[in-house]
Design a protein around this ligand. Structure first.
Ligand code: PEP
Ligand code: MG
Length: 902
């Protein structure tokens, strides 16, 4: 916002004027200092300069009118309250100048301590500290160092170098061995460095020091590392930082002083109790610098029982007041406790669930609030096995964390070898440049998949996620040589049979075995840990919050599954149906040859023979799935492969034929195949003969599938089960395509189901932009829509889903063109708009039209909220993400303030 530059505009707030809800204006630190002040906690007096002042400064390059006067007035009242004047030669008031944005950006922006010290007041400070010269000169040298570096861009190394020189001359590594004279000498050296780099003396005027420090904090908002951090964390660039001017208190005045951090619960596990660290005779920055070792906080009870008890009392009050885990920074100055900061503390995923559950038990929050305080990303983290990285393992490469988890195993380079070794009971990691549908068996057999190419929606990534299998894709530092059965990374050669470990969350690759632990949360979802009886705080908390989410959500959650085993697992994870059964995966392996025959058949007889052989195989596939999903809807998508996936690669075939001809072998059959492959070769298979187009071109293919689905449903009905098939036509762009398929399908269904009571719905994917834009027409021929947001993103942006993430998205992310890959989280403005238009126009044309989504976005937390807002009926995602989608669908209701419990 453009701050008003009027004299009246309030830019400065005393701590007593703010509160914790003013984070936009006062930043997190300032708002919480104000809150603690108003609670009556001992906060060193001070004031906060608003983010609006920062915004105005950054927009115009100068302080807004009125700011200087307001700072003066607040400084005066601070001086009155403390009975000291800033930089007074006898008894100086010293202040710290600290940044504090709305969102915490640890270490990204600047702080200057001890503002107000100069050649005179350093003497006064010493006198006030009981003739403690060492302390006074140490404080002064710290000011020059921080001020020089932060405000005047003097290279920090120069100061460090000067400090090292003095220590070396004394033969010590410890700052504490330097005495007052050493430090006085250091101040002289620092001043020279300052003069050399700035062309001026170190400023002796306290007010000038203050103004320059404030300006430097404003400017630190746009420091390169802060800009990068904001992009990473998706913090808006225009918020600006507030500046806190706080009376200095000193933890380095002797053994009865010190500094520490405290947590009201364990931020790692969520366990109740007092956690933290304390360092006697030190300032906060010493703790960070790790100059001496801290002691556990409860040691303070022995060192200073009065301060310890007082601190515990404040911690209890803060936790009750904030109704959450708080973290605290404090300082003790000669036995007097000061609270320097508090905020709702960061925590691990496990602690987030455990604490939310505890706070409900303690009556501090309700279940809606508990649901709001956890999220799907945390739940997902808890569902993957983890590496026990207790001693340092060094990664040799880093790719894209394509499917989370941790896996160690023997390296193999082919699907066949993976299957062989897995059959011997070995854990294997399948390493490929990239995978294709032929690698499926190897991927199933492997513990993890590592590829040197491809992004988050590459074949390897999507299939691995579907299986809940760890995958690192696009690790391009790895040079894979499949024929030689080895890869080279960082100058080391890894051969088949060697062991590697991959972390699908971080994308890191390690040589050797890193130990792995299973997830208790998955054991709970799988049903092998009973939340009611197990003594595990995390599992109990997850159970409780999930149960509440299920009660609150409006969206149903289905799964993408194409095997009985996947369907069964997803059902245990809470799936309420299948939203996408991709049938092309059923045409691989030994059936591939039948498909090849079908595609290449020259006449109807050849085609029909292939189809006839495929029919019973397909029927059995569907029976297996319908059995597992007894009573729940199953959306079966008719075959949608890019054609090239079923045909032998053109170049390889051409070489084989040429070699065979050379040898004088009979190659008539191969030549025919080559001619057919040439005929069907496509430059852009993703935009070619796939989906409904293939069904319309190859007579009988869709009909065979429709028949298999209907027959399988009838067979299940005869077993006393309830099959609810929904036949889905892929890649429709025009209603005429759908009508053609529909007419034939209805005929077959009527013929097969007879009076069995089986009902079959027919609908379509909306994954081509034209379909979204003509949804009103398409709805006339569809009982349901399912948004294929993978293709909709591919075609909406014109981004090849197999290539772009690994190829150039890094640059787009760096430039902030988007904050996250649109293949991962739905692009609300563009692709999302297509979803919205199609939903509205589809429902206008056919009230009650069932709407779902089955692209990868169906399991992405932020996208689930979007689909809730748009009013879809369900999301469908890979089995492993079903719990995440359930949780987020519940959170979406709570966060939109809805009371629409199902
Ligand atoms: C989609 O395009 O979003 C979709 C679900 O289909 P597929 O990923 O199989 O192309
Ligand atoms: Mg698709």
């Amino acid at each position: 916002m453009a701050a008003q530059e009027t004299v009246d505009h309030k830019y400065v707030y005393d701590f007593s004027e703010g509160n914790k809800d003013l984070k936009d204006l006062l930043g997190g630190k300032g708002a919480n200092l104000a809150e603690m002040t108003n609670l009556g906690l001992p906060v060193p007096p001070g004031f906060t300069i608003t983010t609006e002042a920062c915004q105005a400064y950054l927009a115009t390059g100068r302080e807004p009118d009125g700011l200087a006067g307001q700072i003066e007035a607040h400084l005066e009242s601070l001086e009155r309250a403390m009975g000291k004047r800033l930089g007074d030669p006898q008894d100086p008031l010293l202040v710290s100048v600290r940044s504090g944005a709305k969102f915490s950006m640890p270490g990204m922006m600047e702080t200057v301590l001890n503002v107000g010290l100069n050649d005179q007041s350093v003497v006064g400070l010493s006198a006030q500290a009981g003739q403690n010269d060492r302390f006074a000169w140490d404080s002064y040298r710290r000011l020059i160092q921080m001020f020089g570096k932060t405000v005047c861009e003097v290279p920090g190394e120069e100061f460090e170098h000067a400090l090292d020189e003095i220590k070396n001359a004394k033969g010590t590594h410890n700052d504490l061995d330097l005495d007052a004279d050493d430090l006085r000498g250091l101040v002289d050296a620092y001043k020279k460095i300052f003069l050399k780099h700035t062309g001026r003396e170190f400023p002796q005027q306290p007010r000038e020091q203050l103004d320059l420090a404030i300006r430097a904090v404003f400017e630190s908002w746009n420091a390169e590392r802060a800009v990068l951090y904001r992009r990473q964390e998706r913090i808006p660039a225009d918020l600006g930082t507030a500046v806190n001017v706080v009376t200095m208190v000193f933890g380095n005045l002797g053994p009865d002083s010190g500094t520490g951090v405290a947590f009201t619960r364990d931020p790692a596990s969520g366990a109740q109790g007092i956690y933290g660290d304390y360092l006697a005779n030190a300032q906060g920055e010493d703790v960070v610098a790790g100059i001496r070792n801290t002691v556990p906080l409860n040691e303070l009870e022995r060192l200073d029982k009065k301060s310890y008890d007082e601190l515990l009392g404040y911690m209890a009050r803060l936790e009750e007041h904030y109704r959450d885990l708080c973290d605290i920074e404090f300082t003790i100055e000669r036995g007097k406790l000061w609270m320097l900061q508090t905020r709702v503390g960061k925590r691990t995923a496990a602690a987030a669930f455990v604490i939310a559950g505890q706070l409900v038990d303690e009556g501090l929050i309700g279940l809606d609030e508990a649901l709001h305080r956890v999220n799907g990303a945390q739940l997902a983290q808890l569902m993957f096995p983890r590496f026990q990285l207790d001693h340092e393992f060094e990664a040799v490469a880093k790719g894209i964390g394509a499917s989370p988890g941790a896996a160690s195993g023997t390296v193999v380079f082919t699907s066949a070898r993976a299957v062989e070794l897995a059959a011997e009971g070995k854990s294997v990691i399948l390493v490929r440049r990239e995978t294709n549908p032929d690698d499926l068996n190897g991927m199933i057999a492997a513990k993890g998949i590592l590829t040197s190419r491809g992004g988050k929606t590459s074949h390897a990534a999507v299939v691995a996620r579907g299986m809940g299998k760890t995958c690192v894709s696009g690790a391009d530092e790895i040079e894979v040589n499949v024929p030689a059965k080895r890869f080279v990374v960082a100058g080391q050669t890894v051969n088949e049979g060697d062991v590697v470990s991959i972390d699908g969350t971080t994308g890191k690759v390690y040589l050797g075995e890193v130990p792995v632990m299973p997830s208790e949360v998955v054991q709970y979802f799988e049903g092998s840990l009973d939340a009611e009886h197990v003594d595990n705080a995390l599992v109990r908390a997850v159970h409780r919050i999930m149960t509440h989410a299920d009660g609150r959500r409006r969206l149903a959650v289905r799964t993408n599954a194409d095997t009985g085993a996947d369907a069964a697992r997803a059902r245990r994870f809470g799936a309420e149906g299948i939203g996408l059964c991709r049938t092309e995966h059923m045409f691989l392996g030994e059936r591939r040859e039948l498909v090849e025959r079908l595609i290449l058949a020259r006449d109807a007889d050849g085609r029909e023979a292939a189809l006839e052989a495929l029919l019973p195989l397909q029927r059995a596939d569907f029976v297996e799935i319908f059995r597992e999903m007894d009573g729940l809807p199953v959306t079966v998508r008719l075959i949608d492969p890019p054609l090239h996936e079923f045909l032998p690669p053109l170049e390889q075939l051409a070489v084989n034929v040429a070699v065979a001809q050379e040898r004088g072998e009979d190659v008539a059959k191969e030549e025919a195949l080559l001619a057919a492959v040439r005929r069907m070769h496509e430059e852009n298979p993703m935009l070619g003969l796939r989906g409904v187009r293939l069904g319309l071109v190859i007579p009988g293919l869709f009909a065979m599938q429709v028949r298999a689905i209907a027959e399988a449903a009838v067979a299940c009905a005869r077993e006393g089960r309830v099959a609810k098939p929904e036949i889905m036509v892929p890649l429709v762009g025009a209603v005429q395509e759908l009508e053609t398929v529909r007419a034939e399908a209805e005929r077959i269904i009527a013929e097969v189901v007879g009076d069995s009571g089986v009902e079959v719905l027919i609908g379509t994917m909306i994954e081509v932009p034209r379909a979204a834009l003509t949804a009103g027409q398409i709805a006339e021929a569809a009982e349901f829509f399912s948004f294929g947001t993978n293709d909709l993103t591919q075609m909406g942006w014109g981004f090849s889903r197999d290539d772009v993430e690994g190829a150039f998205f890094w640059r787009y992310l760096e430039l902030g063109i988007f904050g996250i890959s649109p293949f991962e989280s739905i692009d609300r403005d563009g692709v999302g708009r297509l979803v919205r238009i199609a939903s509205e126009e589809g429902r206008a044309a056919r009230p009650g039209l069932k709407l779902g989504v089955c692209g990868e976005h169906g399991g992405d937390p932020d996208s689930v909220h979007f689909f809730h807002e748009v009013g879809l009926d369900y999301v469908s995602c890979s089995p492993f993400r079903v719990p995440v989608a359930r949780l987020e669908a519940g959170r979406a209701v709570v966060e939109t303030g809805g009371s629409d419990s199902r």
